[in-house]
Design a protein. Structure first.
Length: 229
């Protein structure tokens, strides 16, 4: 279904209920898990009902796309928290620092230094997660697990507010081992925030300690395909 024919308020309630169930089973509180509604590819008209349902934390993959909708929405709803959850090119760092409240995809030293410079220049300091390529997939962004400690240290030294780690497990592998690995690396680095789990596996992520889950399709539905020519 598309955003035109689904009840996003009901979907939000269902996702929150699933988070609460998973948290309870793991001996945690559902309130300890932040739901990030992934609004990539959805325009402002589709996002507005989610805002009207009371949700305020959203994720976008691309800086340029986010700039087309979020500045106006942020003026209407001042308490929005916007997360960048897609790969960040250094030439978009200036725009990302200006728009996003959290940058979850810090994954290389060059980006660290560009972000640090921009944050100082703008006097704006979004919280940062280091993205870890737990599956060591060549085509995927993220620092390799063995190199994560070093990048966290570099980011901290550069002045970034590193608050946690993020991962996207390989789609064809059991996610549990990737969630467990991310948790281990985070504990080793004194980080207590874990962004892991999406529409298909967020309950599993919660049982492994996720503090942030990134859910799009289960809330918004699938985006309608473009009309054929």
């Amino acid at each position: 279904m598309t955003g035109d024919d689904i009840d996003v308020a009901a979907n939000l309630a269902d996702v929150h209920a699933a988070i609460a169930d998973a948290a309870r089973d793991a001996g945690r509180k559902g309130d300890d898990v932040t739901l990030i509604a992934v609004s990539k590819t959805h325009d402002a008209a589709h996002i507005l009902p989610v805002l009207q349902a009371g949700h305020r934390v959203f994720g976008e993959n691309r800086v340029q796309e986010a700039e087309t909708k979020w500045p106006d929405l942020k003026q209407q709803f001042a308490d929005i928290e916007l997360h960048l959850i897609g790969p960040l090119q250094t030439n978009k760092a200036k725009n990302a620092v200006a728009l996003f409240d959290v940058i979850q995809t810090v994954d290389r030293e060059k980006l660290v230094h560009v972000l640090a410079k921009e944050m100082t220049k703008q006097d704006r300091h979004p919280a940062c997660f280091v993205q870890v390529n737990t599956g060591e997939e060549a085509q995927k962004a993220g620092v390799l697990p063995d190199d994560t400690d070093g990048l966290v240290a570099v980011a901290r030294e550069a002045g970034l507010n590193v608050v946690g780690l993020m991962c996207i497990p390989p789609f064809d592998e059991e996610p549990s081992m990737h969630f467990a690995l991310l948790r281990t690396i985070a504990e080793r680095n004194g980080l207590d925030r874990l962004s892991m789990g999406m529409s298909g596996d967020f309950p599993v992520a919660v049982t492994f300690g996720a503090t942030h889950v990134r859910v799009g399709t289960a809330i918004f539905g699938h985006r309608a395909p473009p009309p054929s020519a």
